[in-house]
Design a protein around this ligand. Structure first.
Ligand code: SAM
Length: 198
């Protein structure tokens, strides 16, 4: 009973890595129709009677997508293009200087059917979410990033390695076999590396 089957991918990764915990600040990029946020909301706010806008603990869950998202308990929704600064500014405003525990990127480009083009566009979305992650993640924070497999994935992985202590490649069972998508689970953001570069 989720809006999309994608929820089972997050559930599988969460069961393995315990990514979603109470009192967390979470940003979900590419969140429509909202099944990941439904999963998060049900895990963090198990009581179903919570008003959508009431914070019941210190959690802050922000969902961003080009497409609209129907309301989800405890989730703040931003409709806009994540790659545009005006959208990221809206996220900063909601964060109100809080740092982020978990950044999720399940964004997918509109598929053209040309695998190379789709791969390149997917990696651009990955790069964009990583740049954002470096700005807002807490030291020790988590970044979960979907990508379409292809020639530049190892370059991206190397970049991740310089910023996180642990990088795990995952292909959840619930991600269909024929699909060329994979996920990088990036654990323990190393803030010092980034600070050294600024
Ligand atoms: N995790 C979602 C869920 O469980 O409901 C499913 C996400 S769906 C696979 C990918 C989403 O990425 C689409 O809704 C699409 O609109 C969004 N997307 C693609 N490019 C985007 C961008 N530049 N900014 C915001 N969202 C984007």
């Amino acid at each position: 009973n989720f809006r999309a089957r994608s929820a089972y991918k997050l559930q599988e990764l969460d069961n393995k890595y315990n990514l979603i915990t109470p009192n967390s600040v979470i940003v979900d990029c590419g969140a429509s129709p909202g099944s990941w946020c439904q999963y998060i909301s049900r895990k963090i706010f198990p009581s179903k009677n919570v008003d959508v806008d009431v914070n019941v603990d210190n959690s802050l869950i922000i969902a961003v997508d080009l497409l609209p998202i129907d309301p989800i308990t405890g989730v703040k929704i931003i409709q806009g293009d994540f790659t545009e600064l005006v959208t990221q500014q809206k996220i900063f405003d909601l964060l109100n200087k809080r740092h982020v525990d978990v950044i999720l990127n399940d964004m997918a480009p509109n598929f053209t059917g040309n695998h190379f083009v789709d791969h390149v566009r997917s990696m651009e979305l990955c790069e964009c979410s990583l740049t954002f992650a470096e700005l807002v993640l807490k030291p020790g924070g988590t970044f979960l990033c979907k990508f379409l497999m292809g020639e530049s994935e190892s370059e991206f992985r190397n970049k991740l390695k310089s910023k996180f202590k642990k990088i795990r490649y995952e292909k959840p069972h619930s991600s269909r076999n024929k699909s060329t998508e994979g996920y990088f689970v990036c654990l323990e953001f190393n803030k010092n590396v980034t600070d050294g570069m600024t």
